[in-house]
Design a protein around this ligand. Structure first.
Ligand code: NAP
Ligand code: MG
Length: 499
């Protein structure tokens, strides 16, 4: 296996970026942490240290929030026209595009994902999100409201104003993309931000910080403080001067965020875990559904909140579909993300490796059978074989809990009611897939699934314009589309008698 230093075809900027300890961005300056501490970010393909990064803690969060507060309350950001704001966000998108190769290389080394995936999904997705949101900066409008109070005539209208200082905490599965989903709408709305990237993958957010400055976004508008969740993250979520917290990550930590936010009742939006059902009816194009089921679970090594981790197949088609998905799984070539032959890289960390392998052991001990994969691959790096489990049922942990790895459980269903009850039988409600040639059945099932997204005869289709978020314990609020602007604005009603 190649190591980071043997990596080929990586942008020069990548080697340069990881060659020295990275600082944090506070008030337009790159600074050390107040404690002087750093923490390592690892290359998960080798387990070796990739770079050292300043370790933010409460004091750094305090400095960053103060900078964001000043930039919001009295800085040039609030006085800028929406058109000027939009232009700067668009410029940031152009700069990310210019440095696409550097971002793809950093993402692949830090997270483990194949370079090819970072090139076609993460980086262009982030560019598109900033461009889409740049357009919204000039289109955040209120309404005029008819008033029925007798006696006078009133003029009443609403304004949509930025919510203020926003804390944003993001995960490691799509580091740059998640930063763009958070920063794009916050900047379009006119907010200022303190962003905490995940400890496992802080690098691309720090490169993004350099481009934020190059784009000319004023000092203090975007502050980036890497560090651990329990320290920097918790300090941000509980900070009394933060008006809103936006979080993506586990449902468990999402609940801690809600508690931490209670102190000053800051606004909260959450994009949390999932255990999404991918449903195949026997009348579907089975080849397409096999490809879709594989993509649904194995894309990004199953480290997607929307991963189609529960495959439900109508009884008569069960064997054919499961055999097909197992065959797809065994074709997947595992290796370091930066090698051109790699289809699937390592999981992000040793912790995730142990977590996913623990789930596999528990499932197999409870009687599940692996028809593909079933455990770790090799003994260096954090690789897990793409796995298809059968003989599973709804009481098993592997069926109930989010594994966040390349593991799918396949379960047959009898009829529509049986399917709907199984598919909805989870605390989550993020995404779902339906495969059938029967149009009416597809829409009928779509209407009965309790999930924020239903993909019909496709999976993992994302667009900056398409809202994404969860029912039930998969979250609060919707990201992307114009819906996300509601998360970053307050509505003000203004009313006056005019006769
Ligand atoms: P996580 O703990 O929820 O991490 C997500 C983010 O929250 C990271 O930036 C993390 O910081 C931060 N964080 C952790 N504890 C915090 C706290 N008490 N207060 C404020 N922020 C805090 O997720 P994880 O441990 O990386 O992964 C565990 C599981 O979460 C996965 O197996 C998966 O099931 C789920 N997950 C879901 C998503 C998703 O997109 N929905 C993404 C990632 C993980 P640090 O990483 O720096 O500690
Ligand atoms: Mg790393």
């Amino acid at each position: 296996m190649a190591t980071a230093t043997q990596a080929v075809r990586l942008d020069e900027k990548v080697t340069q970026f990881v060659s020295k300890p990275r600082k944090m961005l506070i008030n337009g300056k790159w600074v050390e942490s107040a404690s002087g501490k750093t923490f390592p970010s690892y290359n998960p393909a080798t387990g070796e240290i990739l770079a050292h990064v300043a370790e933010g803690d409460r004091e750094d969060i305090n400095r960053a929030v103060a900078a964001a507060r000043a930039a919001f309350d009295s800085g040039p950001w609030s006085k800028m026209t929406p058109s000027e704001r939009g232009r700067l966000i668009w410029k940031l998108a152009d700069l990310i595009e210019k440095h696409s190769e550097a971002f793809a290389g950093l993402e692949s080394l830090d997270n483990g994902k194949p370079l090819a995936i970072a090139r076609v999904a993460d980086v262009p997705g982030a560019v598109d999100m900033f461009r889409y949101m740049a357009g919204w900066a000039t289109k955040i409008e209120g309404n005029t409201i008819p008033i029925s109070m007798p006696g006078s005539k009133f003029l009443a209208y609403t304004l949509r104003e930025p919510v203020g200082v926003v804390g944003q905490i993001i995960p490691w599965n799509f580091p740059l993309l998640m930063a763009s989903w958070k920063l794009g709408p916050a900047l379009a709305a006119g907010c200022t931000v303190v962003l905490k990237p995940a400890e496992q993958t802080p690098l691309s957010a720090l490169l993004l910080g350099e481009l934020v400055q190059e784009a000319g976004i004023p000092d203090g508008v975007v502050n980036i403080v890497p560090g651990y969740g329990e320290t920097a993250g918790a300090a941000l979520a509980s900070h009394p001067d933060v008006d809103k917290i936006a979080f993506t990550g586990s449902t468990e930590v999402g609940k801690l965020i809600v508690q931490a936010a209670a102190g000053n009742l800051k606004k909260v939006s959450l994009e949390l875990g999932g255990k999404s059902p991918n449903v195949v009816f026997q009348d579907a194009d089975l080849n397409a559904s096999i490809a879709g089921a594989s993509l649904g679970i194995f894309f990004n090594h199953g480290q997607c909140c929307c991963a189609g981790s529960r495959l439900y197949v109508e009884e008569k088609a069960f064997d054919e579909v499961v055999e097909g998905v197992a065959a797809e799984a065994s074709k997947i070539r595992l290796g370091p993300g930066v090698e051109p032959t790699t289809d699937m890289g390592p999981l992000v960390s040793e912790e995730q490796l142990n977590r996913v392998c623990g789930y596999l052991e528990s499932g197999l001990a409870e009687g599940a059978k692996a028809v593909a994969g079933g455990g770790r691959h090799g003994d260096k790096g954090y690789f897990v074989k793409p796995t298809v489990l059968v003989n599973t049922h709804e009481k098993m942990k592997v069926v109930r809990e989010e594994i966040f790895g390349p593991v799918v459980t396949a379960i047959p269903f009898r009829d529509l009611d049986d399917l709907v009850s199984k598919a909805n039988g989870t605390v989550y409600g993020l995404a779902s897939g339906v495969w059938t040639r029967d149009i009416a059945k597809a829409h009928h099932v779509a209407s009965r699934l309790r999930a924020g997204t239903v993909w019909i005869n496709c999976y993992n289709v994302f667009d900056s314009a398409l809202p994404f978020g969860g029912y039930k314990q998969s979250g609060w609020g919707r990201e992307m589309g114009h819906e996300v602007l509601e998360l970053y604005t307050e509505v003000k009603s203004v009313c006056l008698p005019i006769s």
